[in-house]
Design a protein around this ligand. Structure first.
Ligand code: M6R
Length: 607
């Protein structure tokens, strides 16, 4: 949830670390800090708030040194103040930490009894104080780090520097990601390869429980028991140049406009346009023999999974269980051995989804993950990865990753349907044709921007907003409500349209706008009736429909946005784009920090 970086080499460390922190700011932006070694002593600069504040501190008080560590924080324990900002430490050691030390209270008590004085409210300071305790007893940095790691419970990625050891970084990982980057006479540690992308593409991933001694000449890896281990160095494909706003005001706007391209790129990987067939990579299990699927994910990725359930059950005839990962991991549902464990994640690092993956594996599931970051921890722990070709998604609010996930899930549904015999070859070709049509249909959605802005003006005035949808449009409504909450801070709830009269209808009055997603098709009339019920009670209706449904809604709804008419199958992909655009436009009107909304972080690597 926080971003960490470390550098050891021959160049000025601070600018390198600061630049890497910029690329890690998506992980948290409550505070930031850097510590370096200057003539064997540890020097540190920290600031509350975004990195620009740290830049101002560094401008006033520059930081020399060729070895250092940096951190961008998403606060868990202790308020986001300068005092709680990382790096934490003592004159002997400085530490940056991503994760949560669950036994920090016990450790802190022990250390206080031994005379250590804590100066922050963080769990992370415990790590620094414990290393310091061991160093003070005469242990070497390596021995002190190992002795400390053996006492830590919870999740951590750590980077440490030591006074008097100008050419040494120690890193460790347990339940939170950490990579080692190989440069020319310089080495790096980072939360992910993206952070190190302009510095090096040669990356080694630590396995869970690993720790590493890094010097300018290389890295020595150890496992949790302290045994020397080898970790392969791979060349990553990430290019830092793709992480820019390209003239857009916000990353969210840029990423919204990438929907058509991303859908196209993702489909291209999985479809042979000549035969109009879905071509999955070789799988280590038989799709026809799957007894059922268990889907899990968090946030927007979970809503993509819900749409996947409509498809897999309705078109492939595969029974599906689905739950948010934070619930699934402690619910211990009996899963049928040999079933499909289907994980969905943009980052591939979300702590709950990763834990659910491990739980599913332990219960005999074949693990197939739909991931955007194909070098992520989940990727390495999956039997099969189906990549979403969305490119780096920087805005904390997920947009393009969602339609890319749907593109993969649609292809997977077709492949499973064919394998199970619920879809014929001719049906597969028709469905594939509908998918291949999506990029250009998605492009047409942007023609509706003026009407979406009109809707945004209504929503921006509201305190509460209801989102309604039925069938696969219900998860689209959920996605719309989440996005609005996230970036505009307006309270929003999504309901299955048919559930309205079982309670939420009592909320309806002229101050609560109702945003409905209502594509033409089997469920159109049913949902229309629900909207009429809402209108009869004074509700203000703002409706996303398609060109076919438009005429039926004129006169009933206050604002109608007519999207391109597509099949019922692909409608949720098209309908998602404008609900996300609506949230963006409302955020602009509210003047919020669109790309980095308060309290959030892009990658949730803590429970
Ligand atoms: O990286 P993941 O897809 O696993 O992340 C899951 C959620 O944290 C994420 O979708 C979150 O809900 C977004 N901020 C939604 O916009």
């Amino acid at each position: 949830m926080c971003g960490i970086v470390g550098v050891v080499g021959g160049r000025d460390a601070t600018p390198i670390i600061f630049d890497a922190l910029r690329r890690l700011e998506y992980r948290g932006y409550d505070s930031a800090g850097i510590a370096t070694l200057v003539d064997g002593r540890i020097e540190r600069r920290r600031a509350a708030g975004k990195l620009d504040n740290l830049a101002a501190v560094l401008a006033r008080a520059p930081l020399a040194g060729v070895t250092g560590i940096g951190h961008t924080r998403w606060a868990t324990h202790g308020a986001p103040t300068e005092n709680n900002a990382h790096p934490h430490g003592t004159p002997r050691v400085s530490v940056v930490h991503n994760g949560i030390i669950e036994n920090f209270e016990t450790l802190r008590r022990e250390l206080e009894q031994a005379g250590h004085v804590f100066v922050t409210e963080t769990d992370s300071e415990t790590v620094a104080q414990l290393v310091d305790f061991h160093l003070a007893r005469g242990l070497s940095p390596r021995e002190a780090a190992f002795a400390t790691l053996r006492r830590l419970e919870g999740a951590y990625a750590l980077a440490m520097i030591f006074a008097g050891h100008d050419n040494l970084l120690i890193g460790a990982r347990h339940g939170a990601p950490l990579v080692v980057g190989y440069g020319e006479n310089e080495m790096f540690l980072g939360s992910d390869s993206l952070a190190l992308a302009p510095l090096t593409r040669r990356i080694a991933y630590l396995d869970d429980g690993d720790w590493v001694m890094v010097t300018p000449d290389g890295a020595e890896f150890f496992d949790a028991s302290g045994e020397r281990v080898e970790r392969a160095v791979r060349t990553t494909a990430l290019i830092a140049g793709s992480v820019g706003k390209d003239g857009y005001r916000h990353f969210m706007d840029k990423e919204l406009h990438e929907h058509p391209v991303v859908i196209g790129q993702t489909l291209q990987r999985l479809i042979d346009p000549a035969t109009r067939r879905v071509m999955l990579p070789d799988l280590p299990f038989d799709l026809a023999g799957l007894p059922r699927a268990a889907i899990t994910a968090c946030g927007s990725a979970f809503y993509a999974g819900l749409i996947g359930r409509y498809w897999l059950e309705g078109m492939a005839g595969l029974p599906v269980d689905i739950d948010v990962a934070s619930e699934l991991r402690y619910r211990d549902p009996p899963l049928t051995p040999g079933g499909l464990g289907l994980l969905i994640s943009q980052s591939g690092e979300t702590a709950d989804t990763l834990a659910a993956l491990r739980g599913m594996r332990a219960r005999g599931q074949h693990i197939l993950s739909v991931l955007n970051v194909e070098q992520s921890t989940m990727a390495r722990e999956s039997d099969v990865v189906l990549g979403t070709v969305a490119g780096p998604e920087i805005s904390v609010a997920s947009t393009k990753a969602f339609t890319a996930q749907l593109s993969v899930l649609a292809c997977l549904t077709i492949a499973i349907g064919r394998a199970r015999g619920t879809l014929t070859a001719a049906q597969e070709q028709d469905l594939v044709a509908e998918l291949l049509d999506l990029p250009s249909r998605a492009n047409e959605v942007f023609d509706q921007a003026p009407a979406i802005r009109e809707m945004a003006a209504v929503v921006a005035e509201a305190r509460d907003v209801l989102y309604l949808g039925r069938g696969s449009s219900f998860p689209v409504a959920m996605e719309g409500a989440l996005k609005l909450k996230e970036v505009s801070y307006i309270h929003a709830e999504a309901y299955a349209a048919g559930e309205m009269k079982h309670g939420p209808i009592s909320l309806i009055d002229s101050t609560v706008p109702i945003v409905a997603t209502l594509p033409s098709g089997r469920l159109f009339e049913k949902t229309l009736s629900n909207l009429q019920e809402a209108r009869a009670r004074g509700g203000r209706l703002l409706v996303f429909t398609d060109t076919e449904g438009e005429a039926r809604l004129r006169g009933l709804a206050e604002i109608v946005v007519a999207l391109p008419t597509v099949s019922e199958f692909t409608a949720p992909v098209i309908q998602t784009i404008p609900v996300q655009m609506l949230a963006y436009e409302v955020a602009l009107l509210k003047g919020t920090d669109v790309d980095q909304p308060r309290n959030l972080a892009k990658s949730v690597t803590v429970e």
